[in-house]
Design a protein around this ligand. Structure first.
Ligand code: SF4
Ligand code: SF4
Ligand code: FES
Length: 432
């Protein structure tokens, strides 16, 4: 073979190899690509309906799905519970209140002779968990008897106009829920009620139905001079205790509920009453007041602070947490601290303290004499009656166990008196 031919062969062979190599290289990928293409082409045709069906299916359950999300986190559980609650309430509201309760209302109107004619009327009133006694009364007025008369304004325990006696206790009708009366309050010793009785406030004249005449109540408030007066006793500085004492009674809304439930008012209609006395304390405690001692002297007279029996009914009745009884106790303490002790109340308190410190027990016959002095003669009839029944104890007190300890307590209190207002030591302006 010539050199040229050898070269040709040599050049051809690789060429042939390249060609075959090219073929395999080209074909394989082509075959591979073709296969997936076919599958890919087929798949959409087969699977296309499936996604469509999948899209349609969620649409069909779209509405429930928005509320049927499976809660997994605590927040989701809370949201789910709130949604369920709201849905239940909405469903309940459609039907309206299902329960009914018998409500008996005391009616009253002036007769031709100026007297008061009273009678009772009962109604079956629908209620739910949120119905207040005021709403129940409005339902009666709207649906049953438009002549039913009662006061109301704010419906939010602010104006104090809807005070009335509900199941024998003085309360704000707008603050009292029917359901709470039905369930009772064991913590306040109030039994569950199967019906509700509503009457006008006590201790005050009735104008019509549940409306009382407010004049006597406001005259007593007017009587305590309900404003700060100019005088010598204005304090030079104001401390935190002064503010707290004034603030104690400034929540009063003049609803009269304490006055209505006051047991001392029943016995003595001339008693100033808890609301006016609480208001008086507000001015005695005010460091700007210039006639503090004069006020205390007036309040210590007959029908004033010493006529309170400390029964606690005013504290229980007050819807604003004012506690008039506490204010009265503070007025008494301030009066005695100011040396105003020439009255039966103060003498009684001092005699009581003296007996306890000396004998550890009261010497009741002597206590009466120390309290009333010569005025005790007026009580002789009662004393004789009690003596006949064997109810007058011996004037020589019996020996009391632990007397030394009682005496030690009194000695300690003499040395370190407790401030009755702050229950701690305080002698700043406005504190007495
Ligand atoms: S504590 Fe005094 S003011 Fe209050 S209700 Fe009883 S008697 Fe009246
Ligand atoms: S002290 Fe209480 S119950 Fe009495 S009038 Fe004021 S807010 Fe009403
Ligand atoms: S309506 Fe105002 S306190 Fe009840």
């Amino acid at each position: 073979m010539t050199e040229d031919k050898k070269k040709k062969v040599a050049t051809k062979k690789p060429a042939a190899k390249k060609a075959t190599a090219k073929k395999t290289v080209v074909k394989k990928p082509a075959a591979k690509k073709a296969a997936p293409k076919k599958v890919a082409a087929k798949k959409p045709t087969v699977k296309k309906p499936a996604p469509k069906a999948a899209k349609v299916a969620p649409k069909a359950v779209e509405a429930p799905q928005t509320h049927v999300i499976e809660p997994k986190t605590p927040t989701q559980f809370l949201i789910a519970a709130a949604l369920k609650d709201r849905a239940a309430k909405k469903a309940g509201k459609k039907d309206g209140p299902k329960e009914k309760i018998k409500i008996t209302v005391q009616r009253a109107e002036k007769d031709d002779n100026g007297g008061l004619k009273t009678w009772e009327e009962s109604f079956n009133v629908p209620y739910d968990d949120s119905t207040t006694v005021l709403q129940a009364l409005e339902w009666i007025k709207g649906q049953e008897d438009g002549s039913l008369t009662f006061r109301r304004s704010c419906r939010a325990s602010i104006c104090g106009s809807c005070g009335m006696v509900i199941n024998n206790r003085s309360r704000l009708a707008c603050k009292t829920k029917v359901i709470d009366l039905v369930n009772g309050s064991p913590e306040r010793n109030r039994q569950p009620a199967t019906e509700i009785h509503i009457a006008p406030q006590k201790n005050q004249p009735v104008a019509k139905d549940l409306v009382i005449e407010l004049e006597p109540f406001y005259n007593k408030v007017k009587g305590i001079t309900p404003y700060v007066q100019k005088g010598e006793e204005t304090a030079k500085e104001v401390n935190k205790n002064s503010f707290e004492q004034v603030n104690l009674v400034s929540n009063c809304i003049m609803c009269g509920l304490c006055y209505s439930d006051c047991t001392a008012m029943v016995e003595n209609p001339n008693f100033i009453g808890p609301a006016a006395l609480a208001k008086a304390f507000r001015f005695v405690a005010d460091p700007r007041e210039g006639k503090r001692t004069e006020r205390l002297r007036e309040l210590s007279e007959e029908n004033g602070v010493w006529d309170c029996t400390r029964c606690g009914m005013c504290l229980d009745a007050c819807p604003k947490g004012v506690d008039p009884m506490e204010a009265i106790v503070k007025l008494r303490t301030r009066a005695m601290s100011a040396g105003i002790t020439d009255n039966a109340g103060a003498r009684h308190a001092l005699a009581f303290k003296g007996d306890m410190a000396r004998w550890g027990v009261l010497n009741e016959p002597l206590l009466l004499v120390k309290t009333h002095g010569l005025g005790v003669i007026k009580e002789m009839g009662t004393a004789l009656h009690l003596a006949k029944k064997g109810k007058i104890p011996s004037p020589i007190p019996h020996k009391v166990e632990g007397l030394d300890e009682i005496k030690a307590i009194y000695k300690e209190l003499e040395k370190n008196p407790i401030d009755v207002e702050t229950k701690a030591e305080d002698s700043g302006p406005g504190a007495g």
